[in-house]
Design a protein around this ligand. Structure first.
Ligand SMILES: [Zn+2]
Length: 277
C-alpha cells in the first residue's frame, strides 16, 4: 500500500527537518516489522502513518514496538517519573529503605525489553541499595583487592599536572600516591555506583619522556587506610573503595558485586581480615 503524503500538514518541527525535502518521504508505504517487545510481526500501514503525521502531528518516525507494547513502554516511563518524584522527597537514610525500590528495579528490567536507552547508573544504584542493609554487613570479615593491571605511580608536579613515575602504559584505574587515578570511562562507572566518600576531579597527565600531555583522566579522593589496625576499625558496610597503604585498592563485597555487574573486566583477590570480630 502506498499513499501520497501532504507534508504541509506535518508538525512544524518535522517541516524544518531534512525529511521535508527528501523525495523518499513523498509517500507512505506499509511498513513491516517485528515488535521488539513481544516479538509479533506487525505492519504500520501507510494509512496509519498518514494519520500519525498529518492529523496527530507526531514526530516518532520508525516504530519498533506494536501498539500494545508502545503503551506499556509509555506506562513504564510515567512510572519512572513517579519513582523519581518520590525519591526527591526522601532523606538520605529513608532513601535506602524506600518501599518501592524493588518495584523500581523490576520496572527497569521490564523496560529493557523495549529499548536500549535506559538509565544503567540508576539501575546499579538501586541494586546497590537493596544490598546495603546494615545488618548483613557488620560481620564482613573480607575485603577484595582490585587487581590493577599496571603498577603506575604518579606524582603531582608544581604546575598541578601529574607525571607518571614509570613508563607503563596508562590504564583505566591506577594508584597515584595518596589518591587513585581513573580514566573518564572508569570514573563515570564508579560515579554511577554511588561509592561512599569518594570525590572526583579532572587531571592532566604529563609524560615527560615524550613531552606528551594527556587529558581524559580524573583524580579520586578515596578513604585511605594506612595500617591493618585501622582497617579492622573501618566500616565494611556499603559501597566502599579503600586505598590501603597508598598502594592497594580494596573494595567491600557489595562494591565488588556491582563492579562485576558493570561488565568491567577486573580481577579480584581475597583480602582476609582474620582478627575482625
Ligand atoms: Zn509488541
Amino acid at each position: 500500500m502506498k499513499i501520497a503524503a501532504n507534508k504541509d500538514l506535518w508538525a512544524d518541527e518535522l517541516k524544518r527537518s531534512y525529511d521535508y525535502y527528501d523525495p523518499k518521504f513523498d509517500f507512505y508505504y506499509d511498513y513491516s516489522y517485528t515488535c521488539r517487545g513481544c516479538g509479533l510481526d506487525e505492519v504500520w500501514t501507510a494509512q496509519q502513518q498518514k494519520h500519525h503525521f498529518e492529523v496527530l502531528k507526531k514526530l516518532r518516525g520508525v516504530s519498533s514496538l506494536c501498539n500494545q507494547c508502545f503503551h506499556k513502554y509509555n506506562a513504564l516511563k510515567s512510572r519512572f517519573r513517579y519513582f523519581k518524584e518520590q525519591r526527591e522527597k526522601e532523606t538520605e537514610s529513608s532513601k535506602k529503605n524506600a518501599p518501592y525500590i524493588q518495584e523500581w528495579i523490576d520496572a527497569i528490567q521490564e523496560y529493557k525489553k523495549y529499548t536500549d536507552k535506559y538509565d544503567l547508573g540508576m539501575e546499579h544504584r538501586l541494586i546497590g541499595l537493596t544490598k546495603t542493609t546494615d545488618n548483613n554487613c557488620t560481620k564482613n570479615t573480607r575485603l577484595f583487592e582490585l587487581i590493577l593491571r599496571n603498577k603506575n605511580r604518579f606524582y603531582k608536579m608544581a604546575d598541578g599536572r601529574y607525571q607518571p613515575i614509570n613508563r607503563e602504559p596508562l590504564d583505566a584505574l591506577m594508584v597515584g600516591h595518596e589518591y587513585v587515578i581513573a580514566n573518564t570511562m572508569m570514573a563515570n562507572i564508579l560515579k554511577s555506583l554511588e561509592i561512599i566518600n569518594v570525590s572526583f576531579s579532572p587531571v592532566i597527565i604529563f609524560e615527560r619522556f615524550n613531552s606528551r600531555e594527556i587529558t581524559g583522566f580524573e583524580r579520586l579522593e578515596v578513604e585511605r587506610i594506612d595500617d591493618k589496625r585501622s582497617l579492622l576499625d573501618t566500616s565494611l558496610c556499603g559501597n566502599r573503595l579503600l586505598l590501603y597503604k597508598n598502594e592497594t585498592v580494596l573494595v567491600t563485597p557489595e562494591l565488588r558485586e556491582l563492579i562485576e555487574s558493570s561488565e568491567q573486566l577486573f580481577e579480584f583477590k581475597k583480602f582476609d581480615l582474620k582478627q575482625r570480630r
